[in-house]
Design a protein around this ligand. Sequence first.
Ligand code: ADP
Length: 426
Amino acid sequence: MYQGALQRELLRVSIIILAGFAVGWSVDYPLYGLIVGLIVSQIFSIRHASSIFKWSYRQGPAPQDNGLIGYAADRIIRREKTLKERLLNQAKMLQRYNQGIEALKDGVVVLDSVGHIDTFNSAATRMLLLRKNDSGQHITHFVRAPHFVRYFRKADFSEPLQFDLRTFSLQVQITEFGVDQKIMLIRDVTERKRVETMRQDFIADVSHELRTPLTVINGYLEMLTDMDVPAPLAKALAQMGSQSSRMTNLVNDLIQLSKLESASRERNGVVFNLTNLCEQVAGEMKGYSDTASVIVEAEGRLMIDGFKDEMHSALTNLITNAIKYGDGEQVRVSLTQMDRGLEVAVKDKGPGIPPEHLARVTERFYRVDESRESTVGGSGLGLSIVKHALEHHDAELKIESVIGQGSTFSFVIPAFRVGEGVEAAV
Ligand code: ADP
């Protein structure tokens, strides 16, 4: 193709120049003829160039030429056609992709690097009450739930977030893509939350209902224990007493756990002295074991913003466990200030937890050694309570354990909850 066009172009230029030369030669001016031939061939070239220029600005038809210019125009026309087809296909794909996103039941919002809304689908419009011209606004103008605002500012999107917004319970998962862009998937979990709340209410109601008969049974058992009864009956009474107090613990822990699960995440905490609280819990443990002692080591009186009752439960459970499973050895509670917050660690010198159990010990009713647990007692809910109470303080329980040397249960209260302040009066 190209060779043919080049040959035709060269032939045309040669013919024009030779014709000029021949005419000039016939009138005895071959040089002038040659020059005229060259000028004419140049004029032809300029005309072609101008026609391709006009055509490129869509001001004239495509140059009709069988030389190089025609060949180039032909190539450009073909390339434009291919490009148009490709663009059309991409537009169709984009349309299909948009239709797919639009058809999703989950809300989708695309955000820029700082959180301004770029695009969104109808489900997001419904859940967040967005309007067409809301693009460009910041997402926190529409999702004002404090929990979400904190989550968004923290920019750690490894876990999804659940929060309530007007009549909805929403679960949000943010994923970063491209250059600092974010896609936010919003799932309506209102129904799931309703079922979950029903389940929690049921457990709380059953636990409350069990409290009264248990109190009566415990009362009669105490009365009978104080009486002079035959030895076999005394043994039976002792066993009934220990099982009944186990059940009371279980019921109390269940009530506590359901309270923690149903507590709103949007409550405001109070400022309290964590060092004092640790010392208070350590003091409460005094009668718990004859041998084990609890030492609290803190770098001053450290204040945090949180929920004192919940932190009290968490510490009580951790320290009780350290004593229960710590082989009567000393338990150390340390409070250390770090850049990222305040670390609290409860360390025992017990037999430790085998590594394969570590990930599961915070599950409800999970026990490492069933035979041992029946002797040391416990509801199996202690660490679940700890986990929930810590979540409400934006902290996570970390467990480190070395077989034969002991275990350390620690957590870090994030820096934004730690600081100066006056303890709130309760
Ligand atoms: P429990 O009421 O049985 O103590 P928890 O939820 O508090 O229930 O603890 C779950 C399990 O984790 C316990 O049964 C025990 O096997 C293990 N565990 C907890 N704390 C310790 C510890 N300090 N040392 C060794 N094992 C522990």
